[in-house]
Design a protein around this ligand. Structure first.
Ligand code: CO
Length: 132
């Protein structure tokens, strides 16, 4: 069901400053994108088959805005790639896992994504994603 860690999502306060920091560390940005549905601006840095996903809130009431207000910047979620997100969500529902998203929604890069509640994962906000 899970094929690899697709990306690690990191909440940041200032996307441009964070892009500069990661670039200085030796990462190469592969572009930025606004995901209106999630009220974020996103920058991706490839790392082998995985990526670092920097997330800057565009709205204090959005999920990243609330996260930073409560906990400050840092790791927000880990995303696991799946081949069939509909089948994955159906299997997770059957297993009784608590889901934040019962149905997939649209993420960065046109991926179909859904979040699993940290109560189901020992405290990790888990994203499952199916590449476009
Ligand atoms: Co993500």
């Amino acid at each position: 069901m899970f094929t690899q860690i697709d990306h690690i999502g990191i909440a940041v306060e200032d996307l441009e400053a964070s892009i500069a920091s990661y670039t200085a560390l030796g990462f190469c940005p592969s572009g930025t994108e606004e995901v209106a549905e999630q009220k974020v601006r996103v920058a991706l840095f490839p790392c082998g088959e995985s990526r670092v996903e920097l997330l800057e809130s565009t709205d204090p009431e959005g999920p990243i805005g609330k996260f930073i207000a409560k906990r400050g910047p840092g790791i927000h979620h880990v995303a696991f790639r799946v081949e069939d997100i509909d089948a994955t969500l159906a299997a997770l529902k059957t297993s009784g896992a608590r889901l934040i998203d019962e149905e997939p929604r649209l993420g960065a890069g046109g991926m179909r994504i859904a979040f699993v509640h940290p109560a189901a994962t020992g405290g990790l906000l888990m994203e499952v994603c199916e590449p476009a």
